[in-house]
Design a protein around this ligand. Structure first.
Ligand SMILES: N[C@H](CCC[C@H](N)C(=O)O)C(=O)O
Length: 333
């Protein structure tokens, strides 16, 4: 049984296709496997940020289904960087370039995009549904049932926040370069992802620096993981907040370049009559193939795994090297 190690903007995952198994892993086995293999100490290849689980769809217009298990074993409704790598996997498996992938809350349109650089394949994925309603995240705020560029003194009094579900929950603030690099993001991220009166299910927290016209740098502390090199749904949600709260700088229906500690992606925010959706375009890189017996997979035994490295990480790092140097925020490998 082969599983792949993949990344989108150095947001790393192991990708497991349940349809390749005689017997699928149970939910508990998926959690056990995920918490073990993603841990830098107990896992493989310096661990990862989660596991992407591919399975047959239950909706007829979808080619397959994707589930997202965070490194701590919690399940998320979506993963933008992960969906790009799953789309590449399915495009190869079914020899198609445009299709839908069933996720927890929606069947999302995905399509092959032009390579970002030589040997750096890219995919475009739909990020939706979008909701600003407090109960969609959920969040509890004494004054607001929705939060678009509002202060929230109990969190960080000098910042303004936007809260949006895409559909996983995101809390976003546009900040200075110094604030982005400060310890505030980690402190707030930890605080809102342990029992707290504001976000009962936790929340992905992003600080964004506006670099110019349709240009951002986004750093995210992820629910269920901690700091990642990039958060696809976080960069997408931030792009939507950008267009809504800084319309002079961030435009709907224009490509927004979003830099992050792991590289760069593009987003495109669309406003339709009732709602919004976002296109997230970026790399889908396969760094390793792992050969593991089905029995070891079920038992989360990782001491007899054959690992083959691809040539793609070298190409991806060459792509990153030619990007403008914006922040020296360390990349978590
Ligand atoms: N930690 C997220 C799931 C992974 C999202 C992120 N890796 C992405 O690329 O969107 C959550 O619990 O909502």
């Amino acid at each position: 049984m082969q599983i792949d190690k993949v990344h989108g903007s150095e947001n790393h995952f192991f990708l497991l296709d349940q349809t390749q198994l005689q017997t699928k892993l149970s939910d508990q086995e998926l959690i056990n496997f995920t918490t073990k293999i993603t841990d830098p100490k107990t896992g493989l290849l310096q661990g990862a940020d989660g596991v992407l689980v591919v399975d047959e769809p239950t909706h007829q217009d979808a080619l397959a289904q994707m589930r997202v298990i965070n490194a701590d074993g919690s399940e998320a409704s979506m993963c933008g960087n992960g969906l790009r790598t799953v789309s590449r996997y399915l495009a190869k498996k079914f020899q198609v370039d445009q299709f839908k992938v069933q996720t927890l809350n929606a069947d999302l349109k995905v399509s092959k995009a032009a390579d970002f650089a030589p040997n750096v394949p890219a995919f475009s994925v739909e990020i939706s549904p979008v909701s600003f309603a407090a109960e969609s995240l959920p969040f509890h705020n004494p004054e607001h049932q929705q939060l678009v560029n509002e202060t929230w003194p109990e969190l960080l009094p000098e910042l303004k926040f936007t809260a949006v579900a895409v559909p996983n929950p995101h809390l976003i603030s546009f900040v200075s370069a110094d604030e982005l690099a400060s310890s505030d993001l980690g402190t707030l991220g930890k605080r809102l992802n342990q029992p707290n009166p504001y976000f009962p299910d936790g929340v992905n927290v992003s600080f964004a620096q506006i670099l110019g016209q349709n240009e951002l740098f986004v750093r995210t502390f992820e629910r269920g993981v901690g700091f990642t090199n990039a958060c696809g749904t976080g960069m997408s949600a931030t792009s939507l907040a950008f267009a809504l709260t800084h319309p002079d700088k961030g435009q709907f229906d224009q490509e927004i370049t979003v830099y992050n500690p792991g590289g760069m992606v593009k987003t495109n925010v669309h406003k339709n009559d009732t709602n919004y959706d976002i296109d997230l375009i970026g790399n889908a890189t396969v760094t390793h193939h792992l050969e593991i017996s089905e029995a070891d997979l079920h038992a989360a035994k990782l001491n007899d795994v054959k690992i083959t490295q691809t040539d793609e990480e070298t190409s991806y790092l060459q792509f990153v090297d030619q990007l403008p140097k914006i922040n020296d925020i360390s990349v978590k490998m």
